[in-house]
Write a protein that binds this ligand. Structure first.
Ligand code: 1HE
Length: 265
């Protein structure tokens, strides 16, 4: 198993533990982990590498007291980009977030403080979102004279629905606490998001990698297909996953009555 030293990360920090769980940290706390173009390139490089390095799950977190303040507005202001330049930048955001969502490795986001604009776009590319009491979600693009460019129209609208996303952008509405869970922005609200994210990452890492690959890739792909094609793809994926040799021991344990039963505590 290899680490990520070869990627020369600066705006991200990544370490891999003995359980195959990678902790990826946004590392610009002084800038509230705003996503500048260099950070986006590091996300592309890191999430391109992760599926090929035996990583079994990822915890995505931020240094400091905010998860991510979105697009680096100061860089954007200074760069005075052309439409084509910003379009190409957005395509790099999409590249990074698609690597996350379709990479086949579970990504658990441990959230706190601001999860806003592009920070919410980043969080929405994770497979599971864990919020704490400080976490809040917003899309301030509307108020900044901007529009989402990192996939929010697909992923955030997918989480909360079109009407709520439009309201968030038009009015600057902020969601937090239980309401954020109720509308679908987070799946968990806890006191310690990082501890919960670790617990969830360990649970996911105990699954067979090929099964997790299907869960963290096929489901997203199937959302992009017609129902007929998705059902066909599901059968093909299940054909491969459900006959994997590594699953036989788990099936045997069920047949032997030594495997855990599925029951609430
Ligand atoms: C930043 C950014 C940033 C902070 N770009 N530098 N996103 C937003 O509209 C959110 C903008 N940020 C904020 O509203 C606040 O910074 C926070 C609520 C997140 C945090 O507040 P606070 O009081 O803790 O920090 P601060 O004093 O506002 O900022 C501390 C430093 O971080 C300061 O830099 P400094 O050099 O003056 O110390 C800020 O400039 C810097 N900073 N946020 C750049 N976003 C693909 S399209 C996506 C479009 C979007 O994402 S739009 C949403 C942008």
């Amino acid at each position: 198993m290899t680490d990520f030293a070869d990627l020369n990360l600066h705006n991200l920090a990544a370490r891999l533990d003995g359980q195959g769980i990678a902790t990826v940290s946004l590392n610009r706390a002084a800038k509230r982990n705003a996503l500048d173009s260099a950070t986006v390139e590091e996300l592309v490089a890191l999430f391109s590498a992760i599926p090929r390095r035996g990583v079994r799950a990822v915890i995505l977190r931020g240094e400091g007291s905010h998860f991510c303040a979105g697009l680096d507005l100061v860089e954007h202001h200074g760069a005075d980009r052309t439409p084509a330049e910003f379009m190409h930048l957005c395509l790099r955001w999409h590249e990074a977030f698609n690597k996350m969502e379709y990479g086949g490795v579970p990504v658990i986001a441990a959230l706190k403080g601001a999860v806003v604009g592009g920070g919410l776009e980043l969080a929405s590319a994770a497979h599971v979102r864990v919020a704490d009491r400080t976490t809040y979600f917003a899309l301030p693009e509307g108020q900044r004279g901007l529009f989402t460019g990192g996939g929010a129209t697909i992923r955030v609208a997918g989480l909360v629905g079109k009407a709520r996303m439009i309201d968030m952008m038009l009015t600057g509405r902020i969601y937090q606490g239980q309401e954020a869970v109720d509308v679908g922005l987070a799946q968990y609200l806890v006191e310690d998001a990082e501890a919960k994210a670790r617990e969830l990452a360990e649970a996911a890492a105990a699954n067979l990698p090929l099964t997790n690959f299907a869960i963290c890739s096929a489901i997203s792909h199937m959302q992009n297909m017609s129902a007929l094609d998705a059902a066909y793809a599901e059968a093909v994926v299940a054909g491969v996953v459900n006959t994997q040799p590594e699953a036989r021991a788990r099936l045997k344990a069920f047949a032997d009555k030594t495997a855990a039963r599925v029951r609430p505590e």
